[in-house]
Design a protein around this ligand. Structure first.
Ligand SMILES: Cc1cc2nc3c(=O)[nH]c(=O)nc-3n(C[C@H](O)[C@H](O)[C@H](O)COP(=O)(O)O)c2cc1C
Length: 532
């Protein structure tokens, strides 16, 4: 275990951006080897999905308040909506001769390392098996046809599994060593995106936390050398159970049933050449997850009910209009009530998306550098997302912090320091203006020592950060402002600001929310050709 811990710490420290030197990267972009953002499996039978999201009446505000609509039947039509509003394209953008797709899920550098799969029993419109989702075409590729009653029995109740994997090279091509962290953030964003879209269909989502990486790889067909050949491999990330939250599918039975499955398709090669990043291979190995006991969901926590947001829109609209701001105006203020409501939506609530997907208690807290919130003093605040962590976190930060409870009674928000932190936020966000021009910037502070005890939890901490990010993205849209994830930050400068010493707590992701300035040089086109 010490060996794994050392490997983890080695990667964590060397993948930090520092004021005087950034984490090792490629030193420039080799456009000749730019990875294809879309994976396909050639010759796998395809199921085209209907573009059905516009038929969905669910309002975003109901979801964030935990008021899910009646559960839809699991069929092709509903599953098409699930994918369209979580991993589907949301627009094509162009500038001059360049054209690129945006998706409902964000991604560092828009590189989209995450791939997704559907595992299902026979359903109306879909035969049983394993499918790969192609967001570009809004289609499912039938990777494995399973004709074994044990497969169907393994699902036990009404429900399906969504599988998630990552192609690390897609991020490493641009970001080098730190790219592995971004792959994990992106995975967290996807977990949350799936949880919201499933909730909009009345379905609960749970991470199958017990699953070993090897089991996830087997179920998604990721180890099948004959299908990958020279193509870039996918690393197994997670399985999400969408269905009755009290039951779980029998993964061993499914794996056995897959032994006689018929697999289809060959993975496309994404780049003509690759640069090896041994540090990424090393952290991937160090954080390999064995099978563990199924965690029980955390107890429901009291939280203030969020106020209706400024834009009370349908979930489909919010999910598809989500964008990252490239610049903030440096003028916009958000209201105090809207701010508190956003923070309330970051607290774990068992059956409310996206937190219903998590089966462990909150391990990440939000340090808020508040610049422009109406009637709220500028300065440093801390949202303690798990009350059990308060004594420890208090002891681990600067002794001079005020710890003045602020906001609604049941919002665990503390005011630490009155100060204009705009320059500090910009500096910490690798000198990016959006740190200062936002209404507020966030540093996500994780209980890192749990990763040192169980290295696979390092990945889960990043996922939880990504989930917080996805919640903030949607909350910002609903409040009439915009957000941007910040993967580029000086880790130890944030630690110095807070007074964090050692490795008990570490800042793993940053975020900004503010009034966006649009880039009018870009043109936008709809995500999909309208079907006849
Ligand atoms: C993990 C992560 C890290 C990111 N880091 C930055 C960043 O440091 N600076 C920035 O301007 N945008 C950052 N972004 C925003 C991405 O560039 C953006 O998601 C991507 O271009 C796709 O655009 P969209 O979010 O509008 O779909 C980040 C996004 C994610 C998910």
């Amino acid at each position: 275990m010490d060996r794994l811990k050392d490997a983890l710490l080695d990667y964590h420290e060397r993948s930090k951006h520092r004021v005087n030197f950034y984490a090792p990267g490629p030193g420039g972009l080799d456009w000749a080897t730019q990875p294809d953002p879309f994976r396909v499996f050639h010759d796998a039978p395809r199921v085209g999905l209907p573009l059905a999201a516009d038929t969905l009446a669910t309002r975003y505000n109901d979801l964030r308040c935990g008021a899910l609509p009646p559960a839809r039947a699991f069929d092709l039509f509903s599953l098409a909506i699930l994918f369209e509003l979580s991993l589907g394209l949301s627009a094509w953008k162009s500038y001059g001769a360049q054209r690129w797709a945006l998706r409902c899920n964000p991604s560092s550098g828009n590189l989209h390392p995450t791939e997704s799969y559907l595992l299902c029993p026979a359903l109306p419109g879909l035969s049983a098996g394993v499918y790969h989702y192609v967001s570009r075409d809004h289609a499912l590729e039938h990777r494995a046809t399973v004709d074994d009653p044990r497969w169907t029995e393994a699902f036990s109740e009404n429900g399906v599994l969504v599988g998630i994997s990552s192609i690390h090279w897609r991020e490493a091509w641009k970001y080098g060593m730190r790219a592995w962290r971004y792959c994990q953030h992106d995975c967290g964003h996807v977990i949350a995106a799936v949880s919201y879209a499933a909730a909009a269909l009345g379905w609960q989502t749970r991470l199958v936390e017990a699953a070993a990486d090897d089991a996830v790889a087997d179920l998604l067909g990721l180890g099948r050398s004959e299908d990958f050949g020279e193509a870039e491999r996918e690393a197994p990330d997670a399985l999400l159970w969408i269905g009755n939250p009290e039951s779980r599918p029998d993964l061993e039975r499914m794996t056995t049933a897959l032994e006689k499955a018929q697999w289809h398709g060959r993975a496309n090669r994404l780049s003509s050449g690759h640069v090896a990043w041994p540090d990424i291979d090393a952290i991937h190995r160090a954080t390999h997850k064995p099978r563990t006991r199924e965690a029980t969901s955390p107890d429901p926590q009291q939280r203030p009910s969020p106020d209706t947001p400024a834009l009370d829109l349908g979930f489909a609209t919010i999910a598809r209009q989500r964008r990252s701001a490239v610049n903030f105006d440096g003028n916009t203020f958000i209201g105090k009530t809207a701010f508190f409501s956003m923070l309330a939506c970051l607290l774990v609530h068992r059956d409310t998306p996206p937190w219903n997907a998590l089966t462990s208690a909150a391990a990440v807290h939000a340090a808020l550098l508040v610049h422009r919130v109406d009637s709220l003093e500028a300065g440093l605040y801390l949202l303690v997302r798990n009350p059990d962590a308060l004594p420890d976190i208090k002891q681990s930060l600067r002794p001079e912090w005020l710890w003045r409870k602020t906001g609604p009674d049941d919002l665990p928000l503390y005011f630490l320091l009155p100060y204009d932190l705009r320059a500090a936020a910009k500096f910490i966000c690798c000198h990016q203006d959006i740190g200062a021009d936002s209404c507020f910037a966030v540093g996500m502070i994780a209980r890192f020592e749990m990763a040192l005890k169980q290295p696979w939890r390092y990945r889960h901490l990043f996922w939880e950060c990504g989930m917080l990010g996805q919640a903030l993205y949607l909350e910002a849209e609903a409040a009439g402002v915009r957000a941007t994830g910040i993967g580029c930050f000086f880790d130890d400068e944030m630690h110095a600001l807070l007074g964090v010493k050692g490795h008990a707590w570490q800042s793993l992701y940053h975020f900004t929310v503010g009034g966006a300035v649009d880039d009018h040089r870009l043109s936008a086109c709809p995500p999909y050709e309208v079907q006849a």
